[in-house]
Design a protein around this ligand. Structure first.
Ligand code: GLU
Length: 337
């Protein structure tokens, strides 16, 4: 996909984001650059998602000081979908430790589609990473709780703490996906046959489907991302949600597998961990600096928001967020010997 960054100057990280006025100016430019892009198609494999407004576009930056910069439809609600995988993974690592999670779920890219059954078979029943459906189902199955409702409460309350407000399930999306998620049910049963899921696979799919149907907006995604950028403390509420180590580990997983089969290209162009979802949401994290939340439903063929990617690519370059970008001349200008 063309991320439309030709000619955009690659600013280099200075350890902090520029001041609020400059951030607002850059946000407006990113919005303007992306808004005319009409490529892509709204997901329709979950019937309720097909009703999304293809013109909706919201962009929000939340910084680690708790400052918010918003433009467009940042208060339009949509179901979080795959982006929930990141935050459930982080909550679980925080509860049972990342060694156990890595052992059962893994952290390597599968190179195959997010809902691939072949990937499980090719890897002897190992889910490979928490951002594909197999790994996300295995992650949800590991969440401690003696009943399905206990597990759901842990996930629901945990994701709400990341957002800094109580999130609600979009009932229509939940029912629509529950009626059509035969593939996820097959994946959960296959994982059970390999001994990777120890509780009832149907109940695991149900909790996973509910977590994917939680309603968020672009501002929520930015704050959730900023919580990972801020070592696990929600910069708006001041509440610690997970540990700093868990943020580090979760962002490493995202860098490798957050944008479906385009994760490598994304890292190459944007240089930041991010996670997209089929409803058009995209969260990107600049560690120690900001979380970026984008919402625009039309997706590229891999399932990533077209306008969300273009706007984020611009922000990464113009704000000097790319974690791989360095330039000795910048230091010389600052008077380094
Ligand atoms: N609930 C969706 C599914 O399992 C999430 C997919 C996504 O956003 O990648 O198919």
């Amino acid at each position: 996909m063309d991320l439309d960054v030709d000619g955009v100057h690659q600013a280099v990280s200075t350890g902090a984001v520029p001041g609020p006025t400059h951030t607002d100016t850059v946000l407006a430019r990113a919005f303007e650059r992306a808004t005319g892009h009409r490529e892509g198609a709204v997901a329709d494999y979950i019937p309720a998602l097909a009703e999304a407004d293809a013109d909706a576009f919201g962009l929000c930056i939340a910084d680690v000081e708790g400052g918010l910069h918003e433009l467009g439809d940042t208060r339009t609600a949509f179901s979080i979908q795959s982006i929930s995988k990141v935050f459930v993974f982080a909550l679980l690592c925080d509860t049972i430790g990342h060694e156990r999670v890595l052992d059962v779920v893994g952290a390597n890219n599968t190179g195959l589609a997010f809902n691939s059954v072949v990937a499980i078979e090719l890897n002897d029943g190992h889910p490979m990473n928490p951002m594909v459906n197999a790994g996300a189902l295995a992650t949800t199955a590991l969440v401690p709780g003696s009943t399905t409702e206990d597990r759901w409460t842990t996930i629901h309350e945990g994701l709400s703490r990341f957002a800094g407000r109580p999130l609600e399930v979009d009932d229509e999306v939940y029912r629509s996906e529950s009626a059509t998620n035969h593939r996820n049910r097959a994946i959960a049963q296959l994982l059970e046959s390999y001994g990777r899921i120890e509780c009832d696979p149907a109940a695991v799919v149900d909790v996973y489907t509910r977590q994917c149907a939680l309603r968020v907006d672009a501002r929520d995604l930015a704050v959730m991302g900023a919580t990972l950028a801020d070592g696990g403390v929600n910069p708006v509420t001041g509440e610690r949600v997970v540990s700093a180590e868990v943020c580090r580990d979760s962002l490493a997983v995202l860098a490798g597998s957050g944008l479906y089969e385009r994760s490598g290209e994304w890292l190459f162009e944007i240089g930041l961990p991010g996670k997209s979802g089929v409803s058009g949401g995209l969260v990107t994290v600049a560690p120690g600096k900001v979380g970026i939340g984008a919402f625009a439903p039309p997706l590229d063929t891999a399932g990533n928001s077209v306008r969300g990617q273009i706007a984020t690519a611009y922000l990464s370059r113009a704000l000097g967020l790319n974690v791989f970008a360095s330039d000795p001349h910048v230091e010389e200008k600052k008077g380094r010997p």
